[in-house]
Design a protein around this ligand. Structure first.
Ligand SMILES: [Zn+2]
Ligand SMILES: [Zn+2]
Length: 249
């Protein structure tokens, strides 16, 4: 199983750093996780024919879903147009996105994407990859995602604070792609909907994951410092999910 980081900037993009978007590939199946600002461009840079087998939108915050719209136009009008691409998201996300476009069920937005609502505890086989979901602790309905294939397992936190189902979903995972939005030293509980790097490291240790990849860092944070803070709490290998990075899970 291979992970490719298309973008990892938390909350807003900066030059050369798109927001959350990742490709997971295994057994001939390619899944895109989130479509934050810059994702559609980064996808075309990473995959010449931009072929996808599914898209997962973890929640309806713009830094995770706003490039659904250019992706829709790419898949509708681009040189490799497609229809019926499975698009998995928490209930209501498809309606929220369609409302922005001002379109109804008969519009191509519901034909290019085959929207499917998923919830915590759901499991979904997608080609060679088995997906599972858990509730993230966030302001809006948000799902953490587990992807298993070829005897390996990757868990993506989406956006979450402490609590929720991420720790249980992550237990024993080979790789945890975990958000680390907050600066170290933020007052505990002051903002319960994101994690610091140290909190991500502690969660990785408790869940017994093999490796930790930090993502969704607030743009003003120094990734090297966040990695050091997470490593001190985790005690295992930690890296920052730099845009363009490829990882064998
Ligand atoms: Zn976010
Ligand atoms: Zn969010």
């Amino acid at each position: 199983m291979r992970l490719r980081v298309l973008g990892s900037s938390g909350t807003y993009p900066t030059p050369g750093r798109p927001c959350s978007a990742y490709l997971v590939e295994a057994g001939g199946t390619r899944v895109m996780l989130d479509a934050g600002p810059g994702a559609a461009t980064a996808l075309q840079e990473a995959v010449a024919d931009h072929h996808l087998d599914a898209v997962v939108i973890t929640h309806a915050h713009p830094d995770h879903c706003s490039d659904v719209f250019p992706l829709f136009n790419l898949l509708r009008f681009g040189p490799h147009a497609c229809r019926g691409l499975p698009a998995l998201a928490p209930e209501g996300v498809d309606a929220t996105l369609a409302a922005f476009l001002g379109v109804g069920e008969s519009h191509a937005f519901h034909q290019v994407f085959e929207w499917r609502s998923v919830g915590p505890e759901d499991t979904v086989p997608l080609g060679g990859i088995a997906l599972a979901f858990a509730r993230a602790e966030h302001q809006v309905p948000t799902l953490a995602v587990s992807l298993a294939a070829e005897g390996r397992r990757l868990v993506y936190s989406a956006d979450t604070g402490p609590g929720g189902g991420l720790a249980a979903l992550s237990a024993g995972a080979d790789l945890l792609l975990c958000e680390a939005t907050l600066p170290d030293g933020a007052a505990p509980g002051a903002w319960p909907y994101h994690l610091s790097a140290a909190q991500a490291g502690a969660l990785a240790r408790e869940a017994g994951v093999g490796r930790l990849l930090l993502t969704h860092l607030a743009p003003m944070l120094d990734p090297a410092r966040s990695v050091a803070e997470a490593a001190a709490a985790f005690g295992g290998p930690v890296e920052w999910a730099a845009p363009g990075m490829e990882v064998q899970v």
